[in-house]
Ligand binder design. Structure first.
Ligand SMILES: [Ca+2]
Ligand SMILES: [Ca+2]
Length: 171
């Protein structure tokens, strides 16, 4: 490699390093699905006059990290502070694809931008805005795992501590 080419190569390497996210945490998984982001605190008021608002503005994002389609059915999001979590509905998430997992109701689908949307069908918010008492705040577990606040079956964790209004966090 001559000197000019070497300088260009080094500059390119520096640029790609600068473009990397700077979060101290990094999303991780030991399974087929990984939680990459979370928005625990829906934008605006969560409840007004006893009505739960903007339920689908509360969500977490999962990614299929494999090279094959994965059925999300049965995976257990354990929020680590109770034991009434609902397993994910059946949905075919293509290889490498990402899905918003919304708290409220809707029809599971892929949008025009290529993002997938999965709905849990709750009538209230379920991700704690204040997760300071737990770490992690959310664990994704393999199908059939217990929703019991332990790490049994856990493949991917996410932690956010105190979530600001309408803010998305990297896991
Ligand atoms: Ca919440
Ligand atoms: Ca809010």
């Amino acid at each position: 490699m001559n000197r000019a080419i070497r300088v260009v190569a080094l500059a390119t390497a520096a640029l790609s390093l600068a473009a990397l996210p700077t979060n101290a945490q990094a999303a991780s998984t030991t399974g087929a699905l990984m939680i990459t982001h979370v928005r625990p605190n829906t934008a605006g008021a969560d409840v007004r006059d006893g009505r739960q608002l903007n339920l689908n503005g509360e969500y977490f994002i999962i990614k299929n990290v494999t090279s094959r389609t994965v059925n999300t059915g049965g995976y257990v999001p354990d929020i680590a502070s109770n034991t009434y979590g609902r397993a994910l509905p059946a949905y075919s998430l293509p290889a490498g694809a990402k899905a918003y997992v919304h708290t409220g109701s809707g029809t599971n689908h892929r949008d025009r931008s290529g993002w997938h949307h999965i709905y849990r069908g709750y009538a209230r918010h379920v991700l704690p805005n204040d997760g300071r008492s737990r770490n992690p705040d959310l664990r994704l577990k393999t199908p059939g795992s217990p929703d019991n606040n332990t790490s049994t079956g856990s493949i991917s964790p996410c932690n956010w501590n105190l979530a600001a209004d309408g803010t998305t966090y990297a896991c």
